[in-house]
Ligand binder design. Structure first.
Ligand code: NDP
Ligand code: MG
Length: 387
């Protein structure tokens, strides 16, 4: 039996992971499952998977979680430091699917204690790519992508010589505002922005998809994960989300990985790698699939893509600053304090101001936290919403 843990188990990626493990219960021994505020769901997951530990990031929910798990043998942990303790238990496979910057420290703890780290939390690579890769290397942990685009690239690279790669074509659905004008985009609400046409995801990543900040994160994630030079990475808008991404080689051949837009495909691939196993994903029916469309990404309406290239050129702490500015701007948008298009303006301005840091290397967690805090404050100052 493989010992596994799921961090962010109550979220969109987490619940899909839970479902896959439930379908194949005899193969897995579940060590820890984590959640945040949704402790009812966390308790249900812990019971259904017979987990040894259920951990909530919220210290004040410890007693409530205890009473939900009364009469079971499941240990209850609560609060940030016990969350990291739970991530420090030795396992064969761990899913890192907490949303946002809060996931980086969890990924680092998992990398030190797991044989394989399935990484959904893209913020880990954007903010601390070098640190996470070094930690994996030092502890003999295999890092596997869960993001569908990166799983696609990973699969397309299978058995290939990395030196023969000429280009990476990251596909993007274009989100709900693919054909909206800038004027229309300026007026959209958080609920409209969270309404993704193809993928069912958590609210934050859905809004990031609408602004293409998600794609910007994925460009940086691609560079960090595969060590490609940034000029090899292109974004292609593909509204049907059937091709999850492509790799072009030096003989002109292009390998595309395809499937329905269902995260169970990429999660299942990371769960059973290097084998493949049925994850219950619907099969593509080519008699129904009448066309696949492609178009270039419009960087005027979606400036996030250009900002990602600026971030990669700067390197070091720029990723952490970029992510924090994006997370802070998204909070302000969700609170109704700024408009949809203002998010990109604030992130661009904050990334440009990064030169005020003396030491720009992102090799230590404390430096990354400092850059994160600075960027959040900078966004608040720019908008006049500081505490
Ligand atoms: P969700 O918002 O659905 O879930 C987030 C999870 O993290 C929940 O379990 C939540 O707990 C927990 N959580 C939230 N804040 C904290 C915190 N401060 N500390 C500890 N745990 C916390 O997110 P998604 O599943 O959509 O995304 C998870 C990650 O995977 C993100 O990094 C995202 O970018 C990435 N990803 C997601 C994809 C998708 O299809 N959803 C695709 C590719 C990547 P609770 O809900 O109980 O409060
Ligand atoms: Mg993705």
């Amino acid at each position: 039996m493989r010992r596994v843990s799921i961090f962010g188990a109550t979220g969109s990626i987490g619940q899909n992971t839970v479902r896959l493990i439930e379908q194949d219960k005899d193969a897995f021994d579940v060590v820890a499952v984590s959640g945040g505020k949704n402790i009812k769901k966390l308790a249900d997951i812990a019971k259904s998977l017979d987990a040894k530990v259920a951990v909530t990031s919220e210290d004040n929910l410890r007693d409530d979680l205890k009473s939900l798990l009364k009469g079971t043998n499941i240990s209850v942990y609560a609060g940030r430091s016990e969350l990291i303790d739970a991530a420090s238990q030795t396992v064969d496979w761990a899913m890192s699917a907490v949303v946002g910057f809060a996931g980086l420290e969890i990924s680092l703890a998992l990398a030190q204690n797991s044989k394989t780290l399935a990484l959904a939390n893209k913020e880990s690579l954007v903010c601390g790519g070098a640190l996470l890769k070094n930690t994996c290397h030092q502890h003999g942990c295999t890092l596997l992508p869960v993001d569908s685009e990166h799983s696609a690239i990973f699969q397309a690279l299978n058995g290939e010589d990395i030196k023969s790669v000429e280009r990476i074509l990251l596909t993007a659905s274009g989100g709900p505002f693919l054909n909206a004008s800038r004027d229309e985009m300026a007026r959209v609400t958080p609920d409209q922005a969270a309404d993704h046409p193809n993928w069912s995801m958590g609210k934050r990543i859905s809004i990031d998809s609408a602004s293409m900040f998600n794609k910007a994160m994925e460009i940086i994630e691609t560079k960090e994960l595969f060590d490609f030079s940034s000029d090899l990475i292109e974004v292609v808008v593909h509204p049907q989300s059937i091709i999850h991404s492509m790799v072009g080689f030096n003989d002109g051949a292009i390998m595309a990985q395809m499937g329905p837009p269902d995260m169970c495909g990429a999660i299942g691939y990371a769960l059973y790698w290097p084998k493949r196993q049925n994850a219950g994903v619907e099969r593509l029916d080519f008699s129904q699939l009448s066309q696949l469309d492609f178009q270039p990404a419009d960087t005027t309406r979606f400036p996030a893509i250009s900002i990602a290239h600026e971030v990669m050129a700067k390197g070091g702490l720029a990723g952490a600053v970029f992510n924090a500015a994006k997370e802070q701007s998204l909070d302000l948008f969700l609170e109704g304090k700024i408009g949809f298009l203002q998010m990109a303006d604030l992130v661009a301005k904050t990334v440009k101001s990064l030169s005020s840091f003396d030491d720009q290397s992102a090799d230590k967690m404390d430096k990354i936290i400092k850059a994160d805090t600075w960027a959040r404050e900078h966004v608040k100052e720019l908008t006049g919403y500081q505490k």
